[in-house]
Design a protein around this ligand. Structure first.
Ligand code: E4P
Length: 216
């Protein structure tokens, strides 16, 4: 399963990149706004750190604006993926970009037919938001399972990118159901290699070594 980081914070991206297993980055307008930086400048800076897919979301909500903004974004770097909303205009823009060979990430996906439609339009990625579905007391993982089944039934090549990840258990469940990609906030990535038994075990090994062989 591919691992993307879901942030526009450069330090977090650099730290995750230094772990050696980062495959890409997703951003959104809220995440870039939080950083208080120029929108396209930050996307450019991210592309200088990570060579894998970097999703840059359009602000426009109508087809013409999406196409104009997406074309500007696609020129920033060759690893840009134009992020479009799962709306009718987003679907139309997705098809246009697919015909032009521009990769897209169809975001804000909350039901399986949105995922089926954008796959038919040639989306590179679809982003179901697991956490936001859980937040309204429904089952975000069920959406991932449904999209996986639909894509497998018909051989759609669009990658399922689980978004709005809240905790490591989401990531484990995504891996178990065959999700292609997860995009994860840095604070959750930091938990991936943590276990108290690892820490305790390591402390015991070192204490036993020192007792037997000395040294600091
Ligand atoms: C995905 O591309 C989005 O940026 C993100 O996962 C949204 O997550 P949130 O629900 O935590 O805002």
């Amino acid at each position: 399963m591919e691992l993307y980081i879901d942030t526009a914070n450069l330090d977090e991206i650099k730290q995750a990149h230094d772990m050696g297993v980062l495959d890409g980055v997703t951003t959104n307008p809220s995440l870039i706004a939080k950083e208080g930086v120029d929108y396209n400048k930050r996307i450019t800076e991210i592309c200088e750190v990570v060579r894998g897919p970097v999703s840059a979301e359009v602000i426009a909500t109508e087809y013409d604006g999406m196409i104009a903004e997406g074309r500007v974004a696609a020129k920033i770097a060759d690893n840009i993926v134009v992020k479009l909303p799962c709306t009718v205009d987003g679907l139309r823009a997705c098809k246009t970009f697919a015909d032009e060979g521009v990769k897209t990430n169809l975001t804000l996906c909350f039901q399986p037919l949105q995922a089926m439609m954008v796959a038919k339009a040639g989306a590179f990625l679809v982003s179901p938001f697991i956490g936001r579905i859980d937040d309204i007391a429904e089952d975000g993982m069920e959406l991932i399972r449904q999209i996986r089944a639909i894509y497998d039934n018909f051989g759609f090549e669009t990658k399922v990118l689980a978004a709005s990840i809240r905790h490591p258990k989401h990531v484990v469940e995504c891996a178990l159901v065959g999700c292609d990609v997860v995009t994860v906030p840095f604070n959750v990535i930091q938990q991936f290699m943590q276990h108290p038994l690892t820490d305790n075990g390591l402390a015991k090994f070192l204490a036993d070594y020192k007792k037997a062989f000395g040294g600091s």
